[in-house]
Design a protein around this ligand. Structure first.
Ligand SMILES: [Zn+2]
Length: 405
């Protein structure tokens, strides 16, 4: 069974837009309520609330005078929000994503339908009284629809992300390169294929968009609250935001495609661990650069072709280890770009050395797992007591997606 996601533009009528606004509102309110409840409960008891504990709160809310309106909401939409919230929590605790955020009325709106959705020739059929929404479907959705996420961008466009399954075994790849990637602030990614180091920076046009965004944001903040000009600027900023996000997504898609197309495995460090060990600035950079999104893109692109993503799931001294003789230095400040190993005298480029170490550690894990037939081409150091993760599958439902496949 293979999973695919297709994102299509949809064109709801005015009446459907009203109904969607209602659905977005309900889902958003419930998400925020449930998130707040989880945080509070965690503070009090040291334990969060699971999916069924959260869903169990719904009947009482639907009866209460203040939140009676929740009863008008299509209930599967609320339960899908609960599921997504608990997944977001899990991703946070397993180091794949930041802490779940509260949803704002001004941000991107979304709502998920886990069942009873059908794709027609030029429309998709949504339950809960919404009906058929006109859609531009460029390629047939030739599988069983699992979930559909409807969203509205702050600039007012509507989209549907359709996740569906098609029959057939996922292939297994044991041919191709093994890449080790050091994700960084100076360079977005430094990649080692065992013989050669390649460095990839954020594209220049992305920085240009970002500058433009900052300028428009500054202007927005100077406008009076509630004024017409402020509203106009809010829309303008939302548009630039969208352009920045699209440019970044585009870059992340292209790079993840490039690295997945000729490889059998890609090895990265777990971002959570990486961020925690290093400093606060790095933790912020992780969320700013889109490393988490990048790793998720890599994961599903690799999975689709039967290759694997290996996450080194514990602290690993990738920067401090000499990739030639495995001597470990005690200090490696962030501003040191090049160094000479005091033991063997090899001159290292900081990031290239780290990427090489990450690659070799990944090969060691693959060999220990025993599933990669040709995990060759790298020294494997026998070390014990390391626990890392082989990530074979992950489909991020909340992620903005472009048509796959
Ligand atoms: Zn050395």
């Amino acid at each position: 069974m293979q999973r695919k996601v297709v994102k299509i533009r949809i064109y709801p009528t005015v009446e459907q837009q009203h109904k969607l606004a209602q659905a977005f509102g309900c889902a958003r309110w419930w998400w925020n309520y449930a998130l707040n409840k989880s945080v509070e409960t965690y503070r009090e008891t040291g334990k969060g609330l699971g999916q069924s504990a959260l869903n169990a709160l719904l009947p009482a809310l639907k009866k209460s005078e203040e939140t009676k309106w929740l009863g008008d909401c299509y209930s599967q939409v609320l339960q899908a929000a609960t599921l997504n919230l608990t997944t977001a929590y899990k991703n946070f605790f397993e180091g794949r994503a930041g802490f779940p955020k509260f949803k704002s009325k001004k941000g991107k709106q979304s709502v998920q339908y886990p069942q009873n959705v059908a794709s027609l020739e030029n429309a998709i059929k949504i339950p809960g009284g919404i009906g058929e929404i006109k859609a531009s479907i460029h390629r047939p959705i030739d599988g069983k629809i699992k979930t559909v996420t409807l969203s509205k961008t702050p600039s007012g466009k509507y989209f549907a992300s359709v996740l569906f399954e098609i029959e057939g075994e996922t292939p297994k790849t044991t041919e191709g390169k093994i890449y080790g990637i050091d994700l960084g602030v100076k360079h977005f990614a430094v990649v080692s294929d065992g013989a050669k180091i390649s460095k990839y920076d954020n594209p220049k046009h992305l920085a240009k968009h970002e500058k433009n965004l900052k300028r428009k944001q500054r202007k927005l903040y100077r406008k009076k609250d509630g004024s017409k000009t402020r509203e106009r600027y809010r829309k303008l900023v939302a548009k630039v935001h969208e352009r920045v996000a699209n440019a970044r997504q585009d870059f992340l898609h292209k790079l993840s495609y490039k690295l997945s197309s000729d490889s059998q495995a890609v090895i990265v460090e777990n971002l959570h661990v990486k961020g925690m060990v290093q400093n606060h600035n790095l933790a912020k950079a992780i969320s700013d650069c889109g490393w988490g999104t990048f790793v998720n893109f890599l994961a599903y692109k690799l999975e689709r072709k039967g290759a694997k993503l290996v996450e080194i799931d514990r602290w690993f001294p990738s920067s401090k280890l000499c990739s030639n003789c495995y001597h470990q230095v005690s200090e490696m400040p962030l501003d040191v770009r090049e160094w000479i190993c005091p033991n063997c005298g090899t001159k290292h480029d900081r990031d290239g050395n780290a990427a090489t170490n990450i690659r070799e550690e990944g090969i060691r894990i693959i060999k220990a797992d025993g599933t990669a037939a040709s995990a060759s081409g790298g020294e494997v150091r026998p070390k014990t007591g390391r626990k890392s993760v082989l990530r074979h599958s992950l489909v991020k439902l909340e992620a903005p997606t472009i048509p796959l496949g």
